[in-house]
Design a protein around this ligand. Structure first.
Ligand code: GRG
Length: 297
């Protein structure tokens, strides 16, 4: 049986970030209820796709993936906070996330909000505390500034607001792309660009990796919309694609299911094309790109 290099990579590097997450939270001098709430969502079975992107980017530069562990943990903390807050009654009001009760269902709404706040702030401490041999002060500052931009009003939070404001309106493809580039894409892109920052890549390579990240961000979201549609319609027994969920702005509702699948293939192909221009050893990044395009959860 052939052992896939990506499987080996995942089985080695997923536990690395998971241990860092656990240690960072258990070490905190903070109320146990808060730490339990933070750990509950951090350990609820995420795929860790963002940390894997960061580790694979470092590997592409010939750097040790371990150098990215604090930044990877920071990214996963911000991703987890965004999911906790997205599930709240004032936002999506979801009872389940990754098949388990949402954070506020277990710990109550106030603690869930505060666990999200604590994860967001702890993320910046993680980057600020990177070993100076891994990243000097200038690199750390760049990592912090770009993380703030990717996660905040000019990135993920801005995308979430645009998404809320677009609810109930028929958006254009351009408007939908703006939402997803920011809401989902910016943190995924940061995962790649943080690796380039730690490796102190030149601007031309960073630009090529930005192009790559742009396409995988959109591919990720299109796949998410397709999975949502197929899951929903299978559950209620309708033929897939018979109802394009007109009230929701998704790629299948704007482009049809077939059109969304075509757009997904196109973004995957453009992502790989951008990678091929970097001159790096991008084997693992290419495999993660395929994983994003084909994922079933
Ligand atoms: C509340 C500030 C704030 C932002 C929310 C990211 C986000 C913005 C909301 C999440 C809603 C959502 C389901 C978006 C679709 C894309 C996405 C981020 C899916 C979840 O990411 P995965 O698949 O999750 O990487 P796992 O469970 O694997 O960690």
């Amino acid at each position: 049986m052939r052992i896939d290099p990506l499987d080996t990579f995942i089985s080695h590097y997923k536990p690395l970030v998971e241990n860092r997450l656990e240690n960072a939270v258990t070490q905190l001098e903070a109320p146990e209820s808060l730490k339990n709430s933070m750990l509950y969502s951090l350990q609820a079975g995420g795929k860790r796709i963002r940390p894997l992107l960061l580790f694979a980017t470092l590997k592409a530069f010939g750097y040790k993936p371990e150098m990215g562990v604090d930044t990877a943990a920071a990214i996963e903390m911000i991703h987890t906070y965004s999911l906790i807050h997205d599930d709240l009654p004032s936002m999506d009001d979801d009872d389940l996330r990754r098949g388990k009760p949402t954070n506020h269902k277990v710990y109550g709404e106030a603690t869930a909000i505060l666990a999200g706040d604590a994860l967001l702030t702890l993320a910046f401490k993680m980057v600020g505390s990177i070993d100076p041999e891994t990243a000097d002060a200038n690199v750390k500052l760049a990592l912090i500034n770009t993380l703030s931009k990717a996660a905040g009003a000019e990135g993920m939070v801005g995308g979430q607001v645009a998404d809320m404001e677009g609810e109930g309106e028929k958006l254009t493809l351009k408007e939908l792309e703006y939402i997803h580039i920011n809401k989902t894409g910016r943190l995924l892109a940061y995962s790649v660009l943080a690796g380039a920052e730690i490796a102190q890549a030149n601007q031309s390579v960073k630009d090529k990796l930005s192009q790559f990240a742009h396409h995988i961000g959109l591919a990720f979201q299109i796949r998410d919309d397709i999975l949502d549609l197929e899951g929903t319609e299978e559950q209620i027994g309708k033929p897939i694609g018979s109802d394009t969920e007109n009230e929701k702005n998704t790629y299948p509702s704007l482009l049809s299911l077939e059109g969304a699948k075509k757009a997904l293939t196109e973004h995957i192909s453009q992502a790989k094309q951008a990678l091929s221009t970097t001159g790096l050893d991008t084997t693992l990044l290419e495999q993660i790109t395929d994983l994003i395009g084909l994922r079933n959860s």
